[in-house]
Design a binder for this molecule. Structure first.
Ligand code: FES
Ligand code: MG
Length: 599
């Protein structure tokens, strides 16, 4: 007797092959025939595989998935499945106003409905641009149908005058050069355009490269595939293999809940530190974990992630870009280094039916300029630190991007090497900052700490990437490249600013940042993990009362129905900023039964 698992009854048969309810089956069949599928195909018992398409003209980072989907279909067909491609609500990180952060949960909701409410047995998730990856994984977690992620891959490396120009990172650098008068506006635009030489997502270690690397580390993507640049032939090949594999996964009933266990999330945290991953990763991993029912807290980042060294030399923390990362060995080479130190839970399952240990053990580094051996890291203890104090309960700081200038200026007091303090300059959102930052009357000095508030999930709404603020132009000209930035918004993963981010609770829901005033002294202690405004508790209490009397922290009115709905339901960033109430719907393909008939 074989102990191979018995393949599950395909849920799509309830639509297309339910002979006890021929009325409805006929209705379902009738319409799915009309673009060329045959009765025989739909009634044959072949699994129906969704291709959740995140690419479109509105989502240029993921647009290459429109091409890759052809190869996914060929893989699905060859393995005996039938492909049904459908759109996911577009999320493009830089184009969507007021912020793509608003749309992750909307795309999640839409994808849950599509996966659950249609005849789909398994799904290929086309991931890429920042929020598309977590939105897809969150939905796959909630529905818990067999699912496999396919990264669209980064753009080719950008070049300008013989130097690598990386997406996003070059914008933050160009802004400084423009402010300092080193380039003019046309030069600025040309410099930025040079960083985008092909189709694909940001070629830096921004949130896109981060989240796709973590999708692979979680086990949800074929090993070695996250980093393949979009235009490479290998990308087409892995699209085909992904299509083939999802059909087998349906037969094996290999589901997200078999893969995304707590140990897989801990692996992802460790990998995030080693790759120098984005400060958006803790938000998105928390969201995915909550939807699959895994306990994961910000403390796990401190406990499991902080002591991990930086091994990947990609911008913004380092020098290189996406093509180099792939050629140097990508995620498997990094994981193999971590396995060598016993830092990876090797027995976690992955989409190819093997464990991460089996997939990655012994994977070689092909270029040590780009991926370092564990004992020759770029930075020791390169993970995030988690901070708290009287301004917020939780925030994070990416220590791998603390540069020499910052270290010398703020972290070199021999009596107190990890702490610094200074007067606060408070900005009420990015408009306020852009309007005033260069005004000498503000009196910003190299000691000033820049604060941004009103930028969280409710205040903005959607939590915008606006906390990384450049110093005033007059300080940049004096050689001050960065001031400490703190805020209740996010920061682009492509920014090399060592900001203190994602402060929760945000000012808009009464977090301590709402009580801060320009001129208050604030102390930051990195070894103790604290950020505190140095005023006495009675004064803070008085301010809290004044704020309440004034009707609370003011933020702009909602401009769309979704802004209003999300504001009512969304939680704070330290717990993933998910729609509170959505997490109780778990594994619905198994727990909720099938949806009722449509007619
Ligand atoms: Fe879409 Fe960077 S803006 S990947
Ligand atoms: Mg971004």
């Amino acid at each position: 007797m074989s102990d191979a698992p018995v393949p599950p009854q395909l849920r799509s048969r309830a639509w297309f092959a339910n002979d006890e309810n021929i009325d409805m089956t006929s209705l379902y069949l009738e319409r799915y025939l009309n673009f060329g599928l045959s009765l025989d195909e739909l009634r044959s018992g072949k699994p129906i595989i969704g291709i959740a398409q995140t690419g479109s003209d509105l989502s240029p980072c993921n647009r290459h998935h429109l091409v890759l989907a052809e190869r996914v279909r060929e893989g699905i067909r060859e393995a005996g499945g039938i492909a049904l491609e459908f759109p996911v609500h577009p999320i493009q990180e830089t184009g969507k106003r007021p912020t793509a952060g608003l749309d992750r949960n909307l795309a999640y909701l839409g994808l849950v409905e599509a996966l659950y409410g249609y005849p789909i047995d398994g799904v290929v998730l086309t991931t890429g641009c920042d929020k598309t990856t977590p939105a897809c994984l969150m939905a796959a977690a909630t529905v818990n149908l067999p699912a496999i992620a396919l990264s669209v891959g980064p753009m080719l490396n950008g070049w300008h005058k013989g130097e690598r120009t990386g997406s996003g990172t070059i914008v933050w650098k160009g802004r400084q050069m423009l402010a300092a008068g080193e380039i003019d506006e046309e030069g600025f635009i040309k410099l930025v355009a040079s960083s985008a030489p092909s189709t694909g997502y940001c070629n830096t270690m921004g949130t896109a490269t981060t989240m796709n690397s973590l999708a692979e580390a979680l086990g949800m993507m074929l090993p070695g595939s996250a980093a393949i640049p979009a235009p490479y032939r290998d990308r087409q090949e892995v699209a085909y293999l992904t299509g083939k594999r999802i059909v087998e996964m349906v037969a094996e009933d290999l589901k997200p809940s078999d893969i995304m266990m707590r140990e897989a999330f801990l692996n992802a945290i460790v990998v995030n530190s080693a790759i120098g991953g984005s400060t958006n990763a803790p938000i998105h991993l928390a969201a995915i974990a909550r939807h699959i029912g895994v306990e994961l807290t910000l403390n796990d980042w401190q406990e499991h992630g902080h002591k991990i060294p930086l091994l990947v030399n990609l911008q913004p923390a380092g020098e290189y870009l996406g093509e180099d990362y792939y050629r140097a060995g990508g995620v498997p080479a990094v994981v193999a280094q971590l396995i060598g130190q016993g830092l990876i839970h090797e027995n976690t399952m992955t989409v190819n039916g093997r464990t991460i240990g089996e997939n990655c053990r012994g994977a070689e580094i092909e270029d040590e300029r780009v991926i370092r051996q564990f004992d020759r890291p770029l930075v020791a203890d390169a993970g995030f630190i988690v901070l708290k104090g009287n301004l917020f309960d939780a925030a994070i700081m990416k220590t791998s991007v603390i540069g020499d200038e910052f270290r010398t200026r703020y972290l070199s007091n021999p009596d107190d090497p990890d702490a610094f303090e200074g007067p606060a300059m408070v900005f009420e959102g990015p408009e306020d900052y852009h309007r005033r930052i260069d005004d000498p009357a503000l009196g910003i000095t190299p000691d000033t700490l820049l604060f941004m508030r009103g930028a969280g999930p409710i205040g903005y709404p959607g939590a915008a990437e606006v906390v990384n603020m450049r110093p005033p132009a007059y300080l940049i000209r004096e050689g001050i490249g960065a001031l400490p930035c703190i805020g209740d918004g996010r920061q682009s993963g492509t920014s090399g600013s060592p900001s203190i981010l994602n402060a929760s609770p945000e000012a808009a829901v009464g977090g301590g940042l709402a009580l801060l005033r320009t001129g208050d002294r604030v102390r930051i202690d990195l070894s103790r993990g604290t950020v505190d405004v140095l005023i006495d508790p009675e004064e803070l209490e008085r301010r809290r009362q004044d704020l309440a009397d004034a009707g609370g922290f003011a933020y702009p009115a909602s401009q769309t129905p979704w802004q209003e709905i999300q504001r009512r339901l969304v939680g704070q960033m330290d717990s993933g900023a998910i729609l509170e109430g959505a997490e109780k719907y778990q594994r619905i393909a198994q727990t909720a039964g099938l949806p009722r008939d449509s007619h």
